[in-house]
Design a protein around this ligand. Structure first.
Ligand SMILES: [Zn+2]
Length: 139
């Protein structure tokens, strides 16, 4: 596989109210395959990992985890979806959010948080993303 380039574009983004609180929205069209934003944070020492209770921990390498709960990291507002328009990925030590399809101005950005997130934060295993809410609300 060819190596992707991780150069963050200068797309206009905005934090706005979304279905589940706050979300990050595109303010302009973003073409598929664009690197949108880096998920930044403070590196958490391995021995402290178990003591930190943050929803914003992100494993960015084999031995590196960052805590993205800092004001500069607006990527933390990106919500989970099982039908995302972005993916999180990057070289060792970094994670970038890239578009996996064309995103129109005004759309909310989503990526798939992955199974670990569900195991840790959704004890009943129920996903509340827009896609799952729709299919599970019929009881
Ligand atoms: Zn879902």
């Amino acid at each position: 596989m060819a190596k992707k380039k991780y150069t963050v574009g200068s797309f206009k983004l905005k934090v706005k109210k979304s279905g589940t609180g706050k979300g990050l929205f595109a303010e302009e069209n973003i073409p598929k395959g664009s690197c949108i934003i880096e998920y930044i944070g403070v590196v958490v020492p391995e021995d402290k990992l178990d003591t930190i209770n943050s929803k914003y921990l992100f494993e960015v390498g084999k031995k590196t985890t960052i805590n993205g709960n800092i004001p500069q990291n607006i990527a933390r507002y990106i919500n989970h979806s099982c039908k995302p328009n972005c993916e999180a990925d990057g070289p060792e030590g970094h994670v970038y959010i890239s578009s996996i399809r064309n995103i129109k101005a005004g759309e909310e950005l989503f990526y798939d948080y992955g199974e670990e997130y569900f195991d840790e934060y959704l004890s009943n295993g129920r996903c509340l993303c827009i896609k799952c809410k729709k299919t599970k609300s019929k009881k």
